[in-house]
Design a binder for this molecule. Structure first.
Ligand SMILES: [Fe+2]
Length: 471
């Protein structure tokens, strides 16, 4: 941002703050003497405003730039969220198959990690002004990312509505667990790319009741969280399920969770459709405010999670890609963006450019590589394989001669290139399939990583990323 300099001309009258007394008239050209007096009288900022018509905008841009560097989900919080989701998934699946290993206490064990996670996410939301529209979402496998996003967005909406701490945590827990029942829906139905048959649709819808029964079994969830979960597919006009309840019978918490749930689902890629453009999804929710959605909850979405969050990338008419650098509450759909050195306030762009679409970027990077590794499935022998694709939350491996299937515990060991250090990563196989050469390809979700590997691994992953973005 600029400073006062000799030779600057005042574009407006410089007035004394408070009493409005005229200090220097518009047109005055500053010299050293004037600058010294301005400093002495403590009207430096006022003088800057008179010299630079965009002073306030520049100040807001500067403040926004400082906030942009600080993502809501840092790596540690992301990993914590991911591990909690893995535990929730395991618990739900064990419950669904009436696993004798599953005991009542499994739900109790989840209490502490869930409460801590929700608490930590809320603490991070509070470190910033929520209406700053920082991207609150994480990008991961949808089954994991969606609950974390619903939890985060519901709490951010609650913060925007000035809710108290206790209510925020209740809505956070309800949001995180809203779709716990989805883990009990067979994967073939849950991940089916096409339209669902009537029976399949019934199975999907049953996730609400089945999840509700499981959560009741946990024995520690407060009624408000439980009802936020149970009513997340209800609608204010009674058009939802499972009960078709409406209006005042739907709790405040559930009203936020249902908006966060729909919004996140709309802007995510899911097996049966591509994601919607985020501005369009926002407008669709706004259009349903007062009918399907509670008007206050829909407005809270705009206050807490704008369609084009700070730091997000968008494409404007003409095909140029730019970064959102400032969002004003009054112009959610027309933020200030930057293309190279050029700063464009879309709300007042003389060329009338507008956003055509948002570009999804992932904060947790992925690198394609060919790295010799050794791996051990369950408690079997060490085998040779190749790491083909690596991120901080998982990897893809090609291996030979052993059956690997989803759910297997796995340990992977490899040398970090450029160092003499070994990375030892424990994880869980999330998918496995044979490739055309007869080798096995499988995906591993990280569950445990040696702490000293984090930075080195991140360096490796980022080392040959030309743009730092994986889309
Ligand atoms: Fe759901």
């Amino acid at each position: 941002m600029r400073s006062l300099a000799k030779g600057d001309a005042l574009l407006y009258d410089l007035l004394m703050p408070g009493d409005g007394q005229l200090l220097l008239p518009a047109g005055t050209v500053l010299d050293d003497d004037y600058i010294f007096k301005i400093l002495k009288m403590g009207v430096w900022e006022e003088a800057l405003r008179c010299v630079d018509p965009d002073y306030d905008l520049h100040k807001r841009l500067e403040a926004a730039a400082a906030r942009r560097k600080d993502p809501l989900f840092d790596y540690a919080l992301f990993q914590e969220a991911r591990l909690v989701m893995l535990k929730i998934e395991e618990c739900a699946k064990a419950w669904a198959r009436r696993d004798p290993v599953f005991e009542f206490r499994d739900g109790r064990i989840l209490r502490q990690p869930i409460k801590e996670l929700v608490h930590n996410i809320l603490a991070r939301i509070r470190t910033r002004n929520v209406v700053d529209y920082i991207d609150l979402r994480v990008h991961d496998v949808y089954d994991f990312a969606h609950p974390i996003n619903v939890c985060t967005m519901s709490m951010a909406m609650g913060v925007a509505l000035d809710w108290g701490e206790e209510d925020l945590l209740l809505v956070g827990v309800g949001g995180l667990l809203a779709d716990i029942g989805m883990f009990m829906v067979p994967p073939a139905v849950r991940h089916k790319p096409g339209r669902l048959e009537v029976e399949e649709e019934r199975e999907v819808r049953a996730h609400v009741v089945r999840g509700y029964e499981l959560l009741k079994e946990f024995g520690w969830l407060k009624a408000a969280s439980l009802m936020a979960m149970y009513h997340h597919h209800e609608r204010m006009d009674g058009s939802g399920y499972p009960r078709g309840v409406k209006g005042s019978n739907i709790s405040e918490q559930a009203r936020l969770v249902m908006v966060a749930d729909v919004y996140d689902a709309m802007i995510s890629d899911v097996p049966y459709r591509r994601r919607n453009e985020s501005g369009l999804a926002h407008r669709m929710i706004t259009n349903l405010a007062g009918t399907q959605f509670d008007a206050t909850a829909a407005a809270a979405l705009g206050k807490a999670v704008g369609p084009y969050p700070l730091s997000s990338k968008v494409q404007v008419t003409g095909g140029q890609e730019c970064m959102v650098i400032l969002v004003e509450p009054s112009s959610l759909y027309k933020p200030v963006v930057q293309i190279g050195e050029e700063i464009i306030d879309l709300a007042g762009d003389p060329r009338g450019r507008r956003i055509v679409q948002n570009i999804v970027t992932r904060r947790f990077y992925r690198q394609k590589l060919t790295l010799a590794c050794e791996y051990m499935v369950e408690t079997g022998n060490r085998l040779d394989g190749t790491v083909l694709d690596l991120s901080l939350n998982g990897m893809c491996i090609r291996g030979r001669g052993v059956r690997v299937s989803a759910g297997n515990a796995i340990e992977v060991i490899f040398i970090l290139p450029g160092t003499a250090n070994t990375a030892r990563i424990k994880g869980k196989v999330v998918w496995a399939k044979p490739d055309t050469t007869g080798a096995m390809l499988f995906g591993v979700a990280t569950t445990e990583m040696h702490a000293t590997n984090h930075d080195q691994l991140l360096k490796l992953i980022m080392s040959s990323m030309p743009t730092g973005v994986d889309s």
